[in-house]
Design a protein around this ligand. Sequence first.
Ligand code: IPM
Ligand code: MN
Length: 349
Amino acid sequence: MHKIAVIPGDGTGPEVVREGLKVLDAAGKKFGFKYETKEFDFSGKRYIKTGKLVDDKDVEELKKYNAIYLGAVGDPDVKPGIMEAGVLLKLRFALDQFINLRPVKLYNAAFCPLKDKKPQDIDFVVVRENSEGLYKGLGEFQKKGTKDEVAIQISHNTRKGVERCIRYAFEFTRKRNKRNQLTLCGKTNVLTFAWDLWQRTFNEVAKDYPDIKTDYAHVDATTMWFVKNPEWFDVIVTDNMFGDIITDLGAMIQGGMGIAAGGNINPQGVSMFEPIGGSAPKYTGKNVINPLAAICALGMLLENIGEVKAGKAVEDAVIKIVQHKMKSLAAGKMGYSTTEVGDLVVKNL
Ligand code: IPM
Ligand code: MN
């Protein structure tokens, strides 16, 4: 019996999660696995009413689950940063989900903004460090509010934190067994403390993986290659901030936020799967948001809890409808409502 914690969250989160759960139900019946879900309300609406975010008791409760399924975080009525830090980052850190795994895969060339790029050209995975770097929240103001104000924001990188991320990326590349190529994406030419540590660690760990080809690209150049030659990439490993930035670009070249999914992974603990787009407040409650990113996240969740066949089937069903049914992957332009897209995935499972 799989225990799945569901956090619908804010904005369109509940709508896309509902479609994901529809697909989960169908996958359970088809592949014969049992599961139970429990919903957790960590929304902005609840915060406004009660002042509550995710507390340590919630974290202990969530540790009893096999996986977490998250919709979206961010309420326009709550000051920016509060829900992000109090829910999303709190969960990533407290559950030590130190990898953010973000596949970038084009399912239909018609939805790619790049000229002449085909599905075989855009198929790589970004392994984003998810527990350190600039996201650690270290820094300070000096002389705040004066004309001599200084704001310091520190990127905190530990050898252990960097190494576990890089090791995960090498293992992942080997297991993926596609082109067996791992690219370190950094900024060794300017950020000479952090990226010296990353580069040294990468070189050392690489010795344990002679079967994996390695290379390096600066983060600015990486964004250029994403547009120019995305086919050069197989697996990319990078830090938290760079991973955040390049995966939004990645999402665009795979067809947009409507299709991009990711997993916050703790290989020994509880992982959390989410569509990587935000809560899209302007589309909330209109039944127009694309649920496919959330459904792809569900596919990743299923693979993570050992229902590999079901996870692959969910992805295959998504591919089918992206190739043959969807008019667009953008909200309101799909040719179908949110619920109809969910139904289509179920029908094609
Ligand atoms: C993401 C988001 C988050 C991040 C925000 C909402 C805190 O942009 O998951 O990529 O910066 O990691
Ligand atoms: Mn982001």
